[in-house]
Design a protein around this ligand. Sequence first.
Ligand SMILES: *[C@@H]1O[C@H](CO)[C@@H](O)[C@H](O)[C@H]1NC(C)=O
Ligand SMILES: *[C@@H]1O[C@H](CO)[C@@H](O)[C@H](O)[C@H]1NC(C)=O
Length: 381
Amino acid sequence: MFFTALLTAAVAVSASPVERQAKRAVLSLNHVSNITPGNVTSIKNIVNKGQARVNKINGVQAVGPAPDVGSGSVTNEDVSYVAPVSIGASNTWCGAQSSCEKTSTGKSTGDSVSVSYGSGSFSGTEYTDTVSFGGLSVSSQSIGAASTSSGFTSVDGIIGFGPVDLTEGTVSNTDTVPTFLDNLYKAGSIDTNVLGVYFSPESGSDSDDANGELTLGGTDSSKYTGSLTYHSKLTSGDASEYWGISIASFTYGSTTLASSASGIVDTGTTLIYIPTSAYNKFLSAAGGATDSSSGLARFSTKPTSNFTIKFGTTSYALTPAQYLVPTAQYSYYGLTSGKYYAWINDGGSSGVNVIIGQKFLENYYSVFDTTNSRIGFATAA
Ligand SMILES: *[C@@H]1O[C@H](CO)[C@@H](O)[C@H](O)[C@H]1NC(C)=O
Ligand SMILES: *[C@@H]1O[C@H](CO)[C@@H](O)[C@H](O)[C@H]1NC(C)=O
């Protein structure tokens, strides 16, 4: 059984500046996808899915240019990182593929649960049961057993890592539902309420490398170089229920694309989304246009400048090799040879319109620190 580690909907992290080796668990992540090889509609749906997420954050119900996104009936084309999970049962929930049976230790709370992610949803009944993940166990974890779900095709549910505010209003008669990490921390099973996340890019044409790692209760210094720099998690506005972050600037080479944006860091989103005006400046500075079949920014001449995101006073550069789709993956995504495509896309023109997604996180180790309400980054090893 597999669960997506949907970290936005679930990340909890704490923050000791000192790396803690005791009481933490490290588990590896595999990169999987439901892409239909060679069918460009798959990548377009991924692009649309991120835009649907932005709309969800902004409370916009009618979403996205693709008709199948707003309805919550996106059936595939998802790219997620999954980790194998052992459950005594399993907004941690299960039952997307097959019914999630109550175990001998499970207890129904009698409460109903309903969660919408922007491009997927589930509803069902809330239970408590033992959940084990990465060698750590919580004996009375609140878990949703889905009776209906949409948008989840290759995973059976989610282990939610926070922030806990996102669980507000999801379970009847309940304020917020402590996450698995919250419960581990409370029980003393981990030393800090911190989640360290490492993704690495797919190599060549491979699409299912074992290429990620989650550290529960700390960070893994073997997965990054230099030191971690922390940025405050936003405490107000629509982004603050998520891992919200303020952005000092986006630049392409020496061209400033935007300053003062706000957005979210989201391990469950594939691409990087920036404000519409910044995206348009990026296209004109790099000589590209949005490709109607893939939805990606497309260039006839290879862009040569770095795309740089500045958080606080620290700049995080992505080189063309890092923000362009590798040519080895063109046939997989159904893209046209001789053209260049970027993982940077249009996040919209109002509200929260930035998502720092996997294509950034594959290059920068990230730390979600609940205790100190901050997000850390370092260059991925
Ligand atoms: C590509 O996928 C879309 C949506 O899943 C489908 O409608 C279309 O028929 C597919 N195209 C080909 C050539 O398989
Ligand atoms: C682009 O970014 C890389 C990696 O951070 C850096 O080594 C390189 O110097 C940057 N290039 C320019 C022109 O700033």
